[in-house]
Design a protein around this ligand. Structure first.
Ligand SMILES: C[C@H](O)[C@H](O)[C@H]1CNC2=NC(N)=NC(=O)C2=N1
Length: 101
């Protein structure tokens, strides 16, 4: 079973990720992505879904037209784990390729 990140590990991860915000209550990280239109936003979600399946780790997310809001936490660990950090990195790479702002 994957371990929850310590305070120091979480702080280091947030510094590295940069664009993600920590929600202390649920111990999760969140980021909102804005794309050119719905077609691009949905393409992004499709790419992220494939990565999530590959990782066996899945985002909590919502979509409204060209916006995708993503929350990451590890239910099994009761908070943030290295799996969330790894998925956030992968998500950021897809978002950059797809011109997110
Ligand atoms: C059995 C399966 O691997 C687990 O239920 C996985 C699936 N995806 C998951 N995704 C997330 N975000 N947290 C989990 O704890 C989790 N657990």
């Amino acid at each position: 079973m994957v371990e929850r990140l310590s305070d120091a590990e979480r702080k280091a991860a947030l510094l590295e990720l940069g664009n993600w915000r920590h929600e202390a209550g649920e111990d999760r990280i969140v980021r909102e992505f804005v794309f050119a239109d719905f077609r691009v936003a949905f393409g992004f979600m499709t790419q992220v879904a494939l990565q999530a399946e590959k990782a066996g780790h899945h985002p909590d997310w919502s979509n409204s037209y060209n916006r995708v809001r993503i929350g990451l936490t590890t239910h099994d660990a009761g908070g943030l784990s290295e799996k969330d950090v790894a998925l956030a990195r992968a998500i950021d790479a897809v978002a950059t390729r797809m011109g997110a702002r």
